[in-house]
Design a protein around this ligand. Structure first.
Ligand code: ACO
Length: 462
């Protein structure tokens, strides 16, 4: 039975134990983040020495609050946490986030076990210890102590590392990838990755999940949750090398496990393993905004032969196919291209290609039943007109009818300098999946193909 996390992510009342007037303390930041959230709830700072903090009435202990409490954030030194947890249990609190560090991650298993015993058999969800908490961008609630406002979107991120989780907020913002929720799981005493995958699979605000993990507590549950999930699950698994595994052990007390076994198990369950978090967001951006590919046959268009060849290689190395053009498509493209070149896949539009060649050729490839996805590329060569390339991409990706008609993904690649970068920014803000690397584009296309395969399996079509 998976956890019910409705009141965890959408609490009607929140208490912060260890709330402080001192602006440098974590308990102060946690209270302030909730206070400035655009989220309606009752808020109770808990501190035995204070009457009010940040203008909010303060309580000496949880039992002084008359109403029920959906969520408690704990930010007191580790040694006091068991006492607070006992108070939470007595008060019948539904959910707890233990921000405090000083447990299994530093070898203090006894203290963590003490908390485990306190909640054993009790109906309570516990996040952490050693966690940043979460940011629920869908509902506007920040139940963490860290800075960073995620752009609202449909990617849910689960991170075993708090600091990396914060970094991922900034990275996602920079890449114009919107998040639904981001959560740090810390030492995973209770709420585990599988509980969250199951929750997010039912969350209407989430379309794609991304995980950073160092180890999982229960491999079977983890794999089953991915298997049962009706959405793409992207996984960055760290601690691959011996030295990396040692670092993971001292970071979150994790036993990294065999990398090959993780890879095979994630693949078998239908998840997609990413090499790092940049790749995770590359894939998330494609999956969040594009239809999955129904197969692995990719059409490539570029205005530079070299760029087309590199894309072809990157696709083939990643298991995608670059088929020869059908006679019909060859003839269509032949009419679009200038006389000095003949159609091929990759299609070379020639350096001076403008809006018409890009748009007409992409359409010709989309219309080809032997093509499952299209990559459109531009290099800022001598005659190239980047704004016409980006204009054509923007038109095609925005043209909803095109997606509905063909149900094929379109990704973009570019090679150029500052003036190109500014135009690419416009595309990114419009949600267009465009990448400054042939490799990254091919990997993003691979994720769309794998998602297409997962959906076929889900529907029993393969
Ligand atoms: N009930 C309520 N408040 C209490 C209680 C109690 N029983 N006992 C003490 N307090 C108050 C304290 O008086 C203090 O308030 P004050 O500032 O008014 O005096 C407040 O609670 C906090 O207690 P401190 O002893 O001052 O502890 P401090 O805030 O310095 O540290 C903390 C507590 C933040 C939990 C620390 O022990 C810790 O674990 N820090 C690391 C947290 C962390 O990084 N977590 C991982 C996140 S993931 C990432 O890396 C981003």
């Amino acid at each position: 039975m998976k956890k019910n996390l409705d009141t965890f992510f959408k609490p009607k009342s929140i208490a912060v134990v260890g709330a402080s007037k001192m602006s440098t303390k974590i308990g102060h930041a946690a209270l302030k983040n909730i206070l400035i959230s655009e989220y309606e709830c009752k808020l109770y700072p808990i501190n035995p020495k204070e009457k009010q903090i940040l203008g909010v009435k303060c309580y000496a202990k949880l039992s002084d609050i008359t109403g029920s409490i959906d969520l408690v954030l704990i930010s007191v030194p580790a040694m006091i946490v068991p006492q607070i947890m006992n108070e939470c249990v007595q008060k019948k609190v539904k959910n707890v986030i233990i921000i405090s560090s000083g447990f299994s991650e530093i070898g203090n298993y006894e203290l963590e076990n003490e908390i485990r015993k306190i909640v054993d058999g009790v109906k309570i969800n516990v996040l952490g210890p050693n966690t940043m908490g979460y940011k629920n961008a869908s509902d506007g609630l920040d139940a963490s102590f860290v800075f960073g406002n995620p752009r609202k979107g449909n990617v849910a991120v689960i991170s075993q590392s708090g600091a990396l989780g914060i970094g991922m907020i900034y990275l996602a913002n920079n890449e114009f990838v919107g998040l639904s929720k981001i959560i740090g799981v810390g030492n995973k005493l209770d709420i585990d990755d599988d509980d969250l995958i199951t929750y997010f699979s039912r969350d209407p605000e989430t379309k794609v999940m991304g995980l950073y993990i160092e180890a999982v507590k229960d491999g079977r549950e983890f794999m089953n949750s991915i298997k049962d999930c009706n959405k793409p699950v992207l996984v960055v698994k760290a601690g691959i090398s011996e030295a990396g595994a040692r670092a993971a052990a001292s970071h979150t007390g994790s036993m990294a496990g065999s990398d090959d076994i993780y890879s095979a198990a994630i693949k078998q369950a239908g998840g997609i393993r990413c090499r790092d978090i940049v790749e995770l967001f590359d894939m998330a951006r494609a999956l969040a905004g594009q239809p999955p590919a129904q197969g692995n046959r990719i059409g490539i268009i570029s205005n530079g032969g070299g760029l087309g060849i590199m894309l072809t290689d990157a696709c083939v190395v990643n298991g995608l196919k670059i088929p020869k053009l059908s006679k019909k498509t060859y003839n269509k493209i032949d009419r679009i291209l200038p006389d000095l070149v003949k159609p091929n896949n990759p299609v070379d539009l020639v350096a001076d290609a403008g809006f018409y060649r890009y748009e007409a050729c992409t359409r010709a490839l989309l219309e080809d039943p032997g093509i499952d996805g299209v990559i459109v590329a531009s290099v800022h060569g001598g005659y190239a007109r980047p704004s016409e390339f980006t204009g054509a991409i923007l038109k095609m990706v925005r043209e909803r009818k095109l997606h509905e008609e063909f149900k094929k993904p379109i990704l973009a690649t570019w090679v150029g300098g500052k003036e190109f970068e500014d135009i690419v920014l416009d595309l990114k803000t419009a949600g267009v999946p465009i990448y400054p690397s042939t490799w990254r584009t091919a990997r993003a296309m691979l994720s769309l193909y794998l998602e297409g395969e997962r959906i076929k399996r889900e529907k029993g079509l393969d």
